[in-house]
Design a protein around this ligand. Structure first.
Ligand code: ADP
Length: 265
């Protein structure tokens, strides 16, 4: 908060008034601070893989390229780091597009149960971990008006996290619940969980509970921030409940499309 005072003085020098102007800078300062923090985060996230690549390339240039044992593994490292940077830049582009509202939702009405099942199928077929999937989805079809590409990305991010933070032999549960005309989607794991004071922060850009661990798993720290933007663009909300050592559940909501009689199709 900034306060400016002006004195109202007569020609005789007699003071007969005082004007106080209050400027509320808090909102602008908060935005500026967030922007600075964001730029610092982006720089840091890019510098880490670049530094790693630089040292491996230097070793290769210094002669490691001739070593048939070492060279392929060093090249592998530089490739992994490049892929991480590509993911990061793609995520940043996505966020910046959403920030500038420079996008349209390509909405279509889909049967959510079918849509959700197909995504789960894809993960079930490709997963390499020993994690069991449990589908607790109803037989009643619920129709939603969504951008399927964006919602696919949201669900992909949530399931990838559930798998990433699940132990060997873990379980992932998929559920839906309906109240009034709102569909609530739940994806829950029995993995490491999140300390309660940090639960709400996981949707912030670049927030990670355990930086080193999350980065070593190839994450950008932007997956859930993107998910939140996308769900909010659909008019829904997204949140998490978690208990450390017990597991995490991510919830999000979507409005259900009803037919003209107000019945669910
Ligand atoms: P990341 O790329 O690091 O996974 P996200 O935005 O997807 O970034 O998630 C942010 C952070 O939230 C993660 O780094 C992790 O600490 C935490 N997190 C997200 N999902 C889970 C989960 N299912 N179990 C435990 N921690 C999670």
């Amino acid at each position: 908060l900034r306060v400016n005072f002006s004195v109202i003085q007569k020609e005789t020098g007699f003071v007969n008034g005082l004007i106080a102007v209050l400027h509320d800078n808090t909102e602008q300062e908060k935005i500026d601070m967030e922007r600075r923090e964001f730029v610092a985060n982006v720089s840091h996230e890019l510098r880490t893989p670049l530094t790693t690549m630089s040292s491996y390339l230097e070793a290769l240039a210094d002669g490691a390229w001739k070593d048939e044992e070492i060279a392929p593994s060093f090249l592998q490292v530089t490739q992994t780091e490049t892929q991480r940077m590509i993911r990061l830049v793609n995520d940043l582009l996505q966020l910046s597009k959403m920030d500038s509202r420079d996008y349209d939702l390509n909405r279509e009405i889909v049967n959510f149960n079918q849509f959700f099942n197909r995504i789960i199928d894809r993960f079930e077929l490709s997963k390499s971990q020993n994690v069991t999937f449990h589908r607790m989805l109803s037989d009643t079809p619920y129709y939603v008006d969504i951008d399927t590409d964006k919602l696919t990305q949201v669900i992909d991010n949530i399931i990838s996290n559930a798998l990433k933070y699940s132990p060997d032999g873990g379980n992932i549960r998929f559920g839906i619940a309906v109240k009034d005309n709102v569909l609530k989607v739940m994806i829950s794991d029995d993995g490491m969980g999140i300390p309660s004071e940090n639960v709400d922060r996981i949707f912030d850009r670049f927030y990670r509970v355990d930086r080193a661990r999350a980065r070593s798993m190839g994450g950008t720290g932007l997956g859930l921030a993107i998910a939140r933007e996308m769900i909010e663009a659909h008019g829904g909300s997204i949140w998490a409940e978690s208990e450390e050592g017990q597991g995490t559940t991510i919830f999000f909501t979507l409005e259900i499309e009803m037919d003209e009689e107000g019945e669910w199709d």
